[in-house]
Ligand binder design. Structure first.
Ligand SMILES: Nc1nc2c(ncn2[C@@H]2O[C@H](COP(=O)(O)OP(=O)(O)O)[C@@H](O)[C@H]2O)c(=O)[nH]1
Ligand SMILES: [Mg+2]
Length: 325
């Protein structure tokens, strides 16, 4: 221990011993390092302090990373849509315009604050929108990762007034880095180790200058691969079309059930993947029900109303189904 260390050094050392958080420990160690005079006699001590700082910050980072890995948002409603994009494209503004949520219309800070969730009403169903931290920020990567992997649909939001093509490319690259590929292109190829997700590109701020030219170019470039819609979250324009597009992209149908001799309940549809059969519908309602199912009557996708159909009959959005057990 070199002599003549100033009293501030010992105060900082005391702070270090008392500190509970890693931030507090690191702060104290850094103060000790700054106070310590630099000469041969203190070389070893300074190296020790630096090692300690490195060790504590590594541990803190590891702990932070694991806690964020387990981060996911419980699904509610007919589907979960992750709003992703660069900062300031209007993700929060869109959430505010399309749902009951009231997020801050500003950038996400680098905190563990939960992302904002809102329910978007479309016809008689609710779709869950999740506002996420901006892509291309290392701080949000782990977190964003879990949200996009879990989501049923990824909505890439871009600012149409400001080189939207580049924004799309950057965002797609970020998704690619997270091992996520579009489900609407190359679907025939087996993609091992990749998560296939449907992608909707939302061109926002279509009220601004240059946005219509940019939108035309963007649309021409990507419409073969992705669902596309242009909106203004600020003015609330095209929001109904956006909802319809989200519904289509989610690839779901609404089916109503009725008991014989009663009217169907149109307020509470069951949500099924497109292409689902009568069998799938019965399984969703009740596991034991299926074995007891004699037949079903269908209004909508049948050849005529109330047609008797078998288990393999493919249902359509809006169908009414009556089970006979
Ligand atoms: N003109 C215009 N401005 C918008 C629109 N949507 C969002 N903004 C503005 O863009 C800025 C960033 O919006 P915000 O929702 O916080 O972006 P986020 O970082 O993607 O969540 C805010 O000043 C919004 O008022 C829009 O449709 N038109
Ligand atoms: Mg935001």
């Amino acid at each position: 221990m070199p002599a003549n260390l100033p009293p501030q050094y010992f105060e900082a050392e005391k702070r270090f011993r008392m500190a509970k958080s890693s931030e507090g420990k690191i702060e104290a160690l850094e103060a000790m390092l700054a106070i310590m005079p630099k000469h041969k006699g203190t070389d070893k001590l300074r190296a020790d302090l630096r090692r300690k700082i490195a060790k504590i910050s590594q541990e803190a980072e590891r702990k932070y990373a694991t806690s964020r890995t387990s981060f996911y948002i419980k699904k509610e409603g007919a589907g979960q849509v992750a709003l992703v994009g660069l900062p300031n494209v209007g993700k929060s503004r869109l959430l505010k315009a399309a749902t009951d949520a009231s997020p801050e219309v500003a950038d996400y800070p680098f905190t563990t604050k939960a992302p904002t969730i809102g329910m978007m009403k479309f016809k008689n169903i609710q779709i869950q929108l999740v506002d996420t931290p901006p892509v291309a920020s290392p701080a949000s990567r782990m977190w964003l990762n879990n949200i996009v992997r879990n989501a049923d649909l990824i909505a890439i939001i871009v600012d149409l007034s400001n080189q939207p093509m580049e924004q799309v490319e950057t965002t797609l690259q970020e998704l690619e880095n997270m091992n996520i590929v579009s489900a609407t292109s190359n679907t025939k190829e087996a993609t091992i180790g990749k998560f296939q997700k449907r992608i909707l590109i939302v061109g926002n701020k279509n009220d601004l200058e240059n946005s219509s030219t940019n939108w035309s170019q963007l649309n021409a470039r990507y419409k073969a691969h992705f669902y596309m819609i242009s909106i203004s979250a600020e003015e609330g324009s095209n929001l109904e079309e956006l909802k319809r597009e989200v519904f289509d992209a989610l690839d779901i149908i609404r089916v109503y059930t009725k008991a014989p001799g009663t009217k169907p309940d149109f307020t509470n549809p069951i949500i099924l993947k497109r292409g689902s059969t009568v069998k799938d519908a019965t399984e969703t309602i009740h596991k034991d029900f299926r074995s007891g199912l004699k037949y079903a009557l269908v209004w909508g996708s049948g050849k005529f109303d109330g047609q008797r159909v078998g288990q393999e009959h493919v249902l359509q959005d809006g169908d009414i189904i009556e089970f006979h057990v």
